[in-house]
Design a binder for this molecule. Structure first.
Ligand SMILES: Nc1ncnc2c1ncn2[C@@H]1O[C@H](COP(=O)(O)OP(=O)(O)OP(=O)(O)O)[C@@H](O)[C@H]1O
Ligand SMILES: [Mg+2]
Length: 233
């Protein structure tokens, strides 16, 4: 479970400062499909980056697994990210000249794993996602839908607990978009938490929990069962 308590995120200083998140109190439930739904500029990506510990709040606290993330050192935080989170983005960020296998195995290089083991793990997840036949293709030879499925495989290869996907269907046609949504639902069935960021109401309907965000302010009906003030450490 990830808990955000009185989280504010302000970009810049003085007159040009932007309050992207305003006093956000939130729980991301384990093993659930949660959606962050809001218009462009509402603060969705800012919120996702803080939930995924790739950005820190200007003020407020983030708790995960009984730890306060602000209290971790850079090394501890990197370790936390390696174990806990996998990211998927609208524009895939695959290495175009690398093969599918190399792209998917890449996060394990950072984790210091040997090549044979990296490739075995990458193959296993590619197989599970029905991408076995594409293993030796270069990323730039794939369709958009295939690229996104490969980037989902890459996000899963180190077996994280939570997948964070920022507008993963944004560059896809409706059929490929639907396939990506189906895949995210499968990932929830594997026992992982999925946080989907979108402005698309149809995509949001796939989620079990919806967080609405408008001008940096969140509301979520499912939060009624939590008293965030009493949570954390
Ligand atoms: N690095 C930054 N520096 C300054 N302002 C920023 C920065 N990143 C985001 N903002 C501002 O913060 C607000 C929220 O931005 P954010 O990217 O979180 O919105 P979003 O909901 O993800 O939008 P989109 O749907 O267009 O991706 C916007 O007003 C944006 O201009
Ligand atoms: Mg965004």
């Amino acid at each position: 479970m990830i808990i955000l308590k009185h989280v504010n995120r302000i970009y810049g200083k003085g007159e040009g400062a932007v309050e992207a998140l305003k006093d956000v109190n939130l729980v991301i439930e384990d093993g659930k499909f949660t959606c962050v739904l809001g218009k462009s500029g509402s603060g969705k990506s800012t919120l996702m980056n803080i939930i995924g510990a790739i950005d820190t709040p200007t003020s407020g606290q983030v708790f995960s697994h009984g730890m306060e993330l602000n209290a971790l050192s850079e090394n501890q935080l990197a370790d936390y990210r390696n174990k806990t989170t996998g990211f998927v983005f609208q524009s895939f960020y695959l290495e175009p000249s690398y093969t599918v296998l190399e792209n998917v195995a890449m996060p394990l290089t950072i984790a210091g794993m040997k090549r044979a083991e990296r490739e075995a793990k990458a193959k296993e997840i590619l197989k599970r996602l029905g991408l076995e036949e594409k293993i030796n293709k270069r990323a730039n030879e794939l369709s958009g839908g295939q690229k996104q499925r490969v980037s989902i495989a890459r996000a899963l290869v180190h077996d994280p607990e939570i997948i964070l996907a920022d507008e993963p269907t944004g560059n896809l046609d409706s059929q490929n978009g639907a396939e990506v949504m189906a895949l995210l639902k499968e990932i929830v069935k594997m026992g992982k938490s999925v946080v989907l960021v979108t402005h698309n109401m149809e995509d949001a309907k796939n989620a079990e929990n919806i967080i609405h965000i408008k001008d940096g302010v969140v509301s979520a009906d499912y939060m009624e069962k939590y008293d965030v003030e009493k949570m954390g450490i």
